[in-house]
Structures are given as structure tokens and as C-alpha cells.
Write a protein that binds this ligand. Structure first.
Ligand SMILES: *Cc1c(COP(=O)(O)O)cnc(C)c1O
Length: 399
């Protein structure tokens, strides 16, 4: 969006593929719909008026730019490289997801759509979408598995308070993948007036590219801020990866630089436990939610239920661009367990006075593995994707 850094490393091809991954695996009737979305999106980001409105909202409503905070106590704890935190926890609603929701809402408005649909697992994307819809006075319908609605009642209340209708999905495992099926069914039925807001760098082309571009403001800001503070680029970037949007947002403007980039998945009980969400580590290519990418499935192609202590990483897929960055070895992917993430929550809270989201804690947990190999004159930027208040129930149970 902000063209502070030009990058050509990995634009998807004309059919929406990053290397072998991506594409548009949607029902026939939606092919012209995603085609039109792509055309309208490309026009919008060439329109200075659209960009101005988007950046004004990020500034006045979301609270950007977010700070790049030097974590002096955490740095002292390890006694190695300097650790900086990109503070997406300071965004309105407490996480990065709002950057994308605002971008897509503006596009929906521009396209004359009157009805917004979304699906949500933990409810975080639902809340970001409901927030943006309230701000713009648009009808908002959020599909959510019945099981998830019970587990995440607070987020259901938040969405309803802001005027969204939360539709309970009773089919299948009554979780995210069933909610996604329902959202796609709705989209197929109402393609004229409905805009489907997808919450991560997943889904059919152009979503992975578009969502990344709405989040690249994270990396654009971080780049400028670290140059101001240190006069040079960092040596490492570190972020947690669910679908992969906060990570892509930070990584993208640095992709062509000499910076080591690391994405951390949720191993759950352990990558070989059968209760994991470590898609790249444990999965293989397949089709889910409209695109071809790494995913967790059995020999029969049946999608496996993912597990992670953090609801936002509890997803059996990953964005196609991450699959490409993995295969091309530009980005390193690793995973940490639920227990390691919990230890990281405790450490960051004590050392920095910041309670990180359980998702974010996965990125911090990797510091235990990497810090001893770093040097005192090196610099790390960790993407602090969200704050942990929403997770206090789970955190309390595990203390
Ligand atoms: C949703 C969420 C994530 C995971 O989503 P990505 O698309 O991988 O960024 C990470 N952190 C927080 C705080 C979240 O709410």
C-alpha cells in the first residue's frame, strides 16, 4: 500500500499462484466474483483517494503508527541480540486484524456492497469485522461454529454489542471449517450485494495478496522505525503464524533484504502428538478454503482438526505465500508447544509489563532456541501481534 519499499520478490502470477501455491478453488459461480474483486482491488490501490482514506483511518481510528519498543529487560535477560517489539497490541481492538478489516470494508463500500459476511473461529476476526462494519454502518453477518460460540462467549457478546448478527453453525465439528463452509454457501447465494471479508492471508486469489498488502503497513513502519533508532536494518524478524497475516505484514517489506526471517507455528501438544497446528512442519500440500497450500490432512485427504492452546493459531491451513517462502527457503519455519508458549507469556509479562496474546507468545517462545546463537551487536524485531487480555481465562487455568 504505502510504496515506501518496492518489492517484486513474490507477486502472485496472473492465475494467483505464489510458485506452486494459491489459485482460485471456488465454485464455478464465484469465478467471476473473485475476478471482479481482483480488478476492483487493483483499481482501488492505484487511486490516491482510496489510499488516503485507508491511511487516515489507520491513523485516526486504529491508532497507527504503532510503536517499535526496545525490550530492554528481555534483552538483558538473554544478554545477546537487542530485541525490539512491533506493538500491534496497541491497535484499536488489541491486535493487528483491524488493519485488514478496515481495508476490506473500504473496498466493499467502493464496490457498492451493502452486506458483509465473515467467518470466525476464536472470534477475533469476527470482532475486527463487526468493529469495521459498525464504524461504516454496514450490515454484518458472522458465521461461527456452535462449539466455538460456547468457548468464546465474550467475543460473541462483543460482536452482538456492535450490531453484528452471529449465526451459529451446527454442522460437522461445529468449528471454524464448518463456519467457513457456511460463509461460502452464503456468498454463492448472494454474490451481488455481499462482500466476504477473509481474516488472514488465505482463501482464493486475490485474498492472500490483498490481505498481505493491507497488513504490510506493519513492516513498512517497522523498517522506518528501526532505521531511525538504529540506523540499519534488523538481523532477524520473528512472528507467529496461524493463517499467516501478521507475519506476512511484517515480513513482506523486508523480503528482498539481507534479513533472516522466522515464522513460528503452534505445535500444540507436540508435532507428533496428533494434536497440533504445525501446518508447515507436519502437513503437505492440499486444497482448503479456496487455495492450494500446505495443510493438515490424513491419507484420504480428510482435513484434520488442528489443536493449539491459542485459538488464533488453531487452524489446519496456512497462506499460500508462506508455503512458497518455505519451499524457496526464504523464510524458516519452526514450531513451539502449548507449554513453551505459556512459559513465554509468563516471561514477557514479568520482564516487560506486557501480557502478550497466546498466539504472539509462540513467537517469543522461539527466543529460547535462537538467542544463544545471536550476538550482542545484532537486532531482532518480534511482531507483538496482540495483547493477552482476551486469553486471561486460558492463562489463569494454566498457571
Ligand atoms: C488471529 C491472530 C493471530 C493469527 O493470525 P495470523 O493471520 O497468522 O496473523 C496471531 N495473533 C493474534 C493476536 C491474533 O489475533
Amino acid at each position: 500500500m504505502t510504496e515506501t519499499v518496492k518489492t517484486t520478490y513474490n507477486q502472485p502470477n496472473a492465475r494467483g499462484y505464489f510458485g506452486e501455491y494459491g489459485g482460485k478453488f471456488v465454485p464455478e459461480i464465484l469465478i467471476p466474483v473473485v475476478q471482479q474483486l481482483e480488478e476492483e482491488y487493483l483499481k482501488a490501490i492505484d487511486d490516491p483517494e482510496f489510499l488516503k482514506q485507508y491511511h487516515e483511518l489507520l491513523e485516526e481510528y486504529v491508532g497507527r503508527p504503532t510503536k517499535l519498543t526496545f525490550a530492554d529487560k528481555l534483552t538483558g535477560h538473554y544478554g545477546k541480540a537487542k530485541i525490539y517489539l512491533k506493538r500491534e497490541d496497541l491497535c484499536h481492538t488489541g491486535a493487528h486484524k483491524i488493519n485488514n478489516a478496515i481495508g476490506q470494508i473500504l473496498l466493499a463500500k467502493r464496490m457498492g456492497k451493502t452486506r458483509i459476511i465473515a467467518e470466525t473461529g476464536a472470534g477475533q476476526h469476527g470482532v475486527a469485522t463487526a468493529t469495521a462494519c459498525a464504524k461504516f454502518g454496514l450490515q454484518c453477518i458472522v458465521y461461527m461454529g456452535a462449539e466455538d460460540m460456547e468457548r468464546q462467549k465474550l467475543n460473541v457478546d462483543r460482536m452482538q454489542l456492535m450490531g453484528a448478527e452471529v449465526r451459529s453453525v451446527e454442522s460437522g465439528s461445529r468449528t471454524l471449517k464448518d463456519a467457513t463452509n457456511e460463509a461460502i454457501r452464503d456468498w454463492v447465494t448472494n454474490p451481488e450485494d455481499t462482500f466476504y471479508i477473509i481474516g488472514s492471508v488465505v482463501g482464493p486469489h486475490p485474498y492472500p495478496m490483498m490481505v498481505r498488502n493491507f497488513h504490510r503497513v506493519i513492516g513498512d513502519e517497522a523498517r522506518k522505525q528501526i532505521l531511525e533508532k538504529e540506523g540499519r536494518l534488523p538481523d532477524y524478524l520473528l512472528a507467529c503464524v496461524g493463517g499467516g497475516s501478521n507475519a506476512m505484514g511484517l515480513f513482506y517489506p523486508f523480503i528482498e533484504d539481507d534479513v533472516k526471517i522466522i515464522g513460528i507455528e503452534a505445535a500444540g501438544y507436540g508435532v507428533d502428538s496428533g494434536k497440533t497446528a504445525a501446518t508447515i512442519t507436519k502437513g503437505s500440500p492440499g486444497i482448503l478454503h479456496g487455495s492450494l497450500s500446505y495443510l493438515l490432512h490424513d491419507q484420504n485427504g480428510q482435513i484434520e482438526l488442528a489443536h493449539s492452546i491459542s485459538a488464533g493459531l488453531d487452524y489446519p491451513g496456512i497462506g499460500p505465500e508462506h508455503s512458497f517462502l518455505h519451499d524457496s527457503k526464504r523464510v524458516e519455519y519452526h514450531s513451539v508447544t502449548d507449554d513453551e508458549a505459556m512459559e513465554a507469556v509468563k516471561l514477557i509479562s514479568k520482564k516487560e509489563g506486557i501480557i502478550p496474546a497466546l498466539e504472539t507468545a509462540h513467537a517469543f517462545a522461539w527466543l529460547e532456541y535462537m538467542m544463544s546463537n545471536t550476538k550482542e551487536d545484532e537486532i531482532i524485531i518480534v511482531n507483538l501481534s496482540g495483547r493477552g487480555d482476551k486469553d486471561m481465562g486460558t492463562i489463569s487455568e494454566n498457571l
